[in-house]
Design a protein around this ligand. Structure first.
Ligand SMILES: Nc1ncnc2c1ncn2[C@@H]1O[C@H](COP(=O)(O)OP(=O)(O)OP(=O)(O)O)[C@@H](O)[C@H]1O
Ligand SMILES: [Mg+2]
Length: 476
């Protein structure tokens, strides 16, 4: 519960910028300090002034009591009035003063609009007490009422009322001054905090922007070391890291170029070698086998009666089968038709033999009006060949289709089947090189290979290879 609460608070506070956090902390502390000091000062001042007011009320009342003895004894009501008026005039905080005789009758008072009788009951003093104070709530605010017995209460009681307005005004002035001070300190604090956060966040922003550049593969930005502090150390470490990254990236690029060159070489050499062996098989081995078959056929016809006839027939059949196999092998190694007539013819030949062998219908649609560069033709031929091999080995498809077309400077090929499909995101491991090889071939020619397949939904392989115009010319 508390954990969740803190997590939610941190979710809100953590999301604001560092600048706002520092500003918030500084302002928060200043406001807290201002409020604390104001409350504390008001509290202390109120306590002191309350005690002083009470004391003052008692002392004024005592003074009135002392000075009222003679006029009361002499029954000098005028003198008594003068005394009370004088007391009021000399003490601006005294709101009223009056004298009560022992029977509770007011004999002199300072109220102009009639004496409020209920005031009599609000405070009283025992004859054996020196004084008695009471706090009275009036329309004007609080009044400290002090009652002092005159001649131990034998001839009456003096009462005066002291307003706490002066205390309230002192408190208001103090509060206003303290709040003003807090406001000024807050304003200064904000300016200082803004400056501080600017100093602190400037290198952080520089670091963030440099990191974003590095993430995009640009290793050129360097961060300035603004100060000799921890952030300065971080900037230096960051710069060292970028340099290291740049070096590693350079090395990686060099290796990538080398790998591509090597791969290109391997593929070219492999194709050349295949072409050479295929030609050899076709031109030499096939010719020899054909001669052998012809010889054996002559032998067969010439010795119709001889015992070796059936042997010759067997040998001719073996030789014929071997010739077919050699032809097949030569075709698979490198069909001559690819070099002689181009991709369309080679693919059609490949598909017709494939259909004849595996009995799976393949729909072929090839739209190429001219020959493509040799490496592009070879790459597409090999990719389609491997895709067809995969269909036989893995797809259990009922039908397949091949589409090849040229649109502007891009050759696009699609090989589809309606087989069991597979998860193309799975890494099939080191033993499965077919798809990897297909992709490598496409990428070596700056092309792309995309596989769309899902279990039980068939497989589609999309290949796109760009053609550079000079390559077309070279091929034509
Ligand atoms: N058309 C397809 N239909 C269903 N599964 C396929 C298809 N093509 C590939 N796969 C799956 O992808 C895997 C990887 O294919 P890949 O051609 O890379 O290797 P492979 O055919 O197993 O071995 P090789 O290296 O001899 O080609 C296959 O083992 C198969 O499970
Ligand atoms: Mg394969």
């Amino acid at each position: 519960m508390t954990k969740n609460f803190f997590r939610r608070i941190w979710g809100i506070a953590g999301a604001v910028s560092v600048r706002s956090k520092i500003l918030g902390i500084v302002l928060g502390f200043i406001v807290l300090l201002g409020a604390g000091v104001t409350i504390q000062s008001r509290y202390a001042l109120t306590a002191t002034m309350t005690a002083q007011l009470e004391e003052q009320s008692v002392s004024v009342s005592r003074d009135v009591a002392a000075r009222a003895t003679d006029p009361i004894l002499l029954n000098d009501l005028l003198g008594l009035h003068d005394l009370l008026d004088e007391t009021l005039a000399n003490n601006p905080n005294v709101r009223y003063a009056f004298i009560v005789d022992p029977q509770g009758q007011v004999i002199a008072q300072t109220f102009e609009g009639g004496f409020p009788l209920d005031l009599l009951t609000l405070n009283s003093v025992d004859p054996n007490e020196h004084h008695h104070t009471a706090l009275i709530q009036t329309n004007e605010g609080l009044i400290w009422d002090a009652a002092v017995p005159i001649l131990d209460g034998k001839i009456g009681t003096a009462r005066i009322g002291l307003s706490d307005a002066s205390m309230q005004s002192a408190l208001s002035t103090l509060t206003a001054q303290l709040l003003l001070t807090a406001l000024l300190v807050s304003a200064t604090g904000v300016v200082v905090a803004v400056f501080l956060t600017w100093i602190l966040t400037r290198p952080i922003f520089a670091l963030v922007s440099a990191t974003q550049s590095v993430a995009k593969g640009d290793f050129t930005p360097r961060v300035l070391r603004w100060a000799d502090d921890e952030i300065g150390d971080l900037a230096e470490a960051f710069n060292a890291m970028i340099e290291e990254l740049a070096r590693t990236d350079e090395l990686r690029r060099e290796r990538e170029v080398l790998r591509r060159q090597l791969l290109e070489k391997v593929i070219t050499t492999q194709e050349d070698e295949r072409r050479r062996i295929a030609r050899e098989l076709h031109d030499s081995t096939s010719q020899n086998l054909t001669s052998l078959i012809v010889g054996l056929r002559i032998m067969e016809t010439n010795c119709a009666q001889c015992a070796a006839q059936s042997k010759a027939t067997d040998m001719r059949q073996v030789a014929s089968k071997t010739l077919d196999e050699v032809h097949d092998l030569s075709m698979r190694l490198r069909p001559r038709v690819l070099d002689d007539l181009g991709l369309a013819a080679a693919l059609e030949r490949l598909v017709s033999e494939w259909q004849a062998r595996y009995k799976t219908p393949v729909d072929v649609a090839i739209q190429l009006n001219e020959r493509l560069p040799g490496d592009v033709e070879t790459a597409i031929y090999r990719i389609v060949q491997e895709a067809l091999t995969n269909i036989v080995r893995h797809a259990q498809a009922h039908s397949a289709s091949i589409m090849v077309e040229r649109r502007g400077d891009i050759v696009r090929a699609i090989v589809e089947d309606d087989g069991v499909g597979f998860n193309s995101k799975t890494n099939h491991g080191e033993r499965h090189l077919g798809l990897l090889g297909m992709r490598e071939r496409a990428e070596l020619l700056n092309g792309t290979l995309t596989i769309e397949s899902a279990v039980e939904r068939g497989t589609s392989i999309f290949i796109e290879i760009p053609i550079q115009s000079e390559k077309v010319e070279a091929a034509v």
